[in-house]
Design a protein. Structure first.
Length: 515
């Protein structure tokens, strides 16, 4: 993706390429170019500027997008503030019906949304379809939670008082989402916010804005009242809009998914107005295979977990620890599977794994491989750029004989590199697994029930996968500990992030009646 500082009006006419892309959608009107969604309307940026979004597979232009700045974001915040008083008074059941309708429209338009994801993110269409289903399920789940936001009746300590609590929406929320799940990371935040009765301003990633805008269009069609959902797009003004969302006193809550570094900055900025926060930050997931594991299950889990999204998810395995007794066999089986991958354009049906998002992602992968090689790691699969396919393709890679002094032992790679570390004992591997500052997900494979409890309890992470490499589920709480952040998304806990608990004390009831 490249910045286009001042896009002349004429460039807003779609190029033949663009016409081709959007016209291949069943509903081309889902492809929204050069406009943000503010107060229920599609508007160009006030400055008239746009930026380009490129296909990570071909580096061709996907389209141009409104380069919003603080003026646009302020208009979006104002729209949300104006919409909030009426929206919060809808009953949970009324909000549930809106979310359910949005879910239905996501399902009806799944193919088009999946195409948009593949164009701008690069993931294979089959995987993109899986993401659309995952994304839609947050609308379904929270449509079911919206009518069930109970308070408590509390026995008072003070004689004559009555105490009860009610759940109220926190207010206008600023949501900042990443490019690796262009649809699901939006719905995972927007759905609980709306279920709680909040209005939102969503700053979507510059790499994948078109999916977000299409999801917003479906929300519009579902009848979400104007101003309740606002989407601002930007490349260049990302820091400015991030600062506004974290400092404007109208915003009462910020939810961010992204890197730990940016999360810390946003948290600092939010401190001036003490906003409620949810931070879904970076991971560095340990993936442990004990000698007693079902080896084939562990291999399948490793492949699914490590290479999902070409290694670009926060919950991807980053460090594979395999016990000595099965180390060689595990490495051999994983290598065979990786060698069978078909890397390519996500629209090619044979493709199992797409490109990385941009050249910075490639650079990090290369740096981690170089570091591992220089310290004795042996590459048994991949290891090279796939330049003949395009600028952002990299061979899925397996490295054996990894050691704790290598960068991958402590830093997240966010790419298709499986570094396999040998270990001897349970105590040793748990110590290594916990020796990082982050703690999002962790996985292990074992058939020993006592070990399952012991290790699950000992891992310093927010989510543990036991005998599975895939843990994402709208019904299950998603979130981390340590520097992976705080707050939980999805599940029965997700809505609480967008609510306050108000205590009401009714005094002076006098003495109770005695029968
Ligand atoms: C993420 O990478 O942040 C989300 C992964 C998931 O929801 O499975």
């Amino acid at each position: 993706m490249t910045q286009q500082p001042s896009c002349p009006k004429s460039s807003k006419v779609p190029s033949p390429q663009n016409r081709h892309w959007s016209s291949s959608l069943k509903d081309p009107s889902l492809f929204k170019q050069d406009v943000a969604y503010i107060n229920g309307e599609w508007r160009p940026a006030k400055s008239g500027r746009t930026f380009k979004v490129d296909d990570p597979s071909t580096s061709d232009l996907v389209g141009t997008c409104a380069e919003c700045d603080a003026q646009d974001a302020r208009a979006a915040i104002q729209a949300a503030a104006d919409a909030f008083p009426a929206f919060r008074t809808l009953t949970g059941r009324e909000r549930a019906k809106l979310l359910r309708k949005w879910y239905d429209l996501m399902v009806e338009n799944a193919e088009d949304i999946a195409k948009l994801i593949t164009w701008e993110n690069g993931k294979p269409v089959a995987e993109a379809k899986g993401e659309v289903a995952y994304a839609a399920n947050f609308f379904e789940w929270f449509s079911e939670e919206a009518p069930r936001t109970y308070g408590d009746t509390i026995p008072a300590t003070v004689p004559g008082n009555r105490v009860w609590t009610v759940k109220e929406p926190v207010g206008v929320c600023g949501l900042i989402t990443p490019w690796n799940f262009p649809a699901a990371m939006i719905t995972r935040k927007v759905a609980p916010a709306l279920a709680a009765g909040c209005a939102v301003v969503c700053k979507v990633p510059a790499e994948t804005p078109f999916t977000a805008l299409a999801v917003a269009e479906l929300g519009h069609r579902a009848g979400i009242p104007k101003g309740v959902v606002n989407i601002v797009t930007t490349l260049e003004n990302t820091p400015e809009i991030g600062e506004l969302l974290t400092t404007d006193p109208v915003i009462k809550k910020v939810s961010f998914t992204g890197s730990t570094g940016v999360g810390k900055l946003l948290m600092k900025q939010s401190s001036g107005t003490l906003k409620k926060l949810s931070m879904e930050l970076g991971g560095n997931a340990p993936f442990i295979v004990f000698d007693d594991a079902d080896l084939d299950l562990a291999v399948a889990g490793a492949i699914a977990c490590k290479f999902r999204g070409t290694g670009q998810t926060c919950v991807c395995a980053n460090r594979l620890y395999v016990q000595e007794g099965i180390y060689d066999e595990f490495v051999q089986k994983v290598t065979e599977k990786v060698n069978a991958f078909k890397v390519g354009n996500g629209f090619d049906e044979a493709t199992t794994h797409g490109p990385l998002i941009h050249d910075r992602a490639i650079a990090k992968v290369e740096a981690h491989i170089k570091d591992a090689k220089s310290k004795g790691g042996k590459i048994v699969a991949g290891g090279e750029k796939l330049s003949k396919l395009g600028a952002n393709f990299f061979q899925p890679t397996v490295i054996r004989d990894m050691t704790p002094d290598m960068a991958m032992a402590t830093e997240e790679t966010f790419g298709p590199v499986a570094g396999v570390f040998p270990f001897k004992t349970e105590a040793e591997v748990v110590k290594m697994a916990n020796q990082v500052e982050v703690g999002l997900a962790g996985y292990f494979f074992s058939r020993d029930l006592q070990r399952v409890y012991r290790v699950a309890e000992a891992l310093e992470v927010g989510m543990v996968g036991v005998n599975t490499g895939i843990i994402s589920d709208p019904a299950a709480p998603f979130g981390g500990v340590k520097e992976s952040g705080f707050g939980r998304e999805g599940s029965k806990y997700g809505i609480a992030e967008y609510q306050i608990t108000k205590t009401i004390t009714y005094g002076g009831m006098g003495k109770p009646l005695q029968s």
